[in-house]
Ligand binder design. Sequence first.
Ligand code: NI
Length: 402
Amino acid sequence: MNKLSEEKVFRDPIHGYVRVDDSVVWQCIQTKEFQRLRRIKQLGSTSMAYHTGEHSRFAHSLGVYEIVRRMVNEVGDLKEKLTEYEKITVMLAGLLHDIGHAPFSHSFETIMHKKHEEYTVQIISQKSEIKDILDNYSPHLADDVAKVIDGSHPNGILCQMVSSQLDADRMDYLLRDSYFTGTKYGEFDLERILRTMRVADDKLAVKVSGMHTIEDYIMARYHMYWQVYFHAVSRSYDVILKNLFKRLVDLYKENPTKILDEYPMYRNLLTKEILSNEDIFDLDDSTCLYSFRLMSKGDDKILADLAMRLLTRNLFKYSNPQNSQDILSKLKEKGYDKQYYFYWDHQTQNPYTPYNGQTHSIWVLMDNGEIAELSSVSKIVSSICQNSTYQDEKIFFPKEVL
Ligand code: NI
């Protein structure tokens, strides 16, 4: 009853096939909450820098599920140690980990009061099609899936598989984002990682013979951040998006009725502290893109200009923060309001953070049967960890200012 009569497959350029044979997984994919992810681009503004990076969160979520499914079926230790119920729980956690994501990646969250991780838990644990399906399978399933996703599940191995520094989420997005952007930096040998994965000392670990693949994966992560995720063009788009939402909120505070009439798609966001699962269903890329078109024709000059910049990729320029005084005085001279036409952006990244004793670390299973934290045995990883935080600051402003 819990298995489908015939395995279902999704064609996928990263994994070949995504395979589904559990009916609870199949049912969750059919829900309105999961289908919404088709309408949200995984990389948001990154497609402004890499125009082919247009894949959806739907594809990524299926990919994460597929990596978890392979772990529980192909990693011998997991196959033996986990119960059927735990396998279902962790596969669903992989599938549903991004279910509360807003459109346009993280910039949209500037006008939401809760983070997407909290909305993910809300959709799984409060009235939704997904919740009904999980409850129908087992009264504790929704709670257990939510706990794996937020990292509070008592079985740390399950959390490690979905949310750690070497988890199915990161492995899928690095491979997928690298494939769809046409960059090669994100590639690493997933097959080798799965082949050398073990459970030791109640932790997920990788055999020392697979350590070089893990080093490759850490380097892939490092390069993808600087070359793709923090690309200046994508950051510039996000800066304009944040300033546009700031302008929208400021106008709403001045004249709520007018703004709600003009932009009804943002009614719930502007008036409610916490969105309902129904409200989240209405939020996708098309909601935003349509609002930008309306704004570009609206009577507020700043909102119209910022929206038009997004629609036509007329993005802000960037410079070193040491030039900020000069840029700010030029903005003033030319009549630009710095609240909406200036942004100091600070990005930081740790390619790998060794937290000793926590499941979040990456563990290496040595030949003598002991486990060691990755940076203590890998020279490459320990050297990139020495300069532990890589950061970059840029100021953004309209190019017309210069
Ligand atoms: Ni994800």
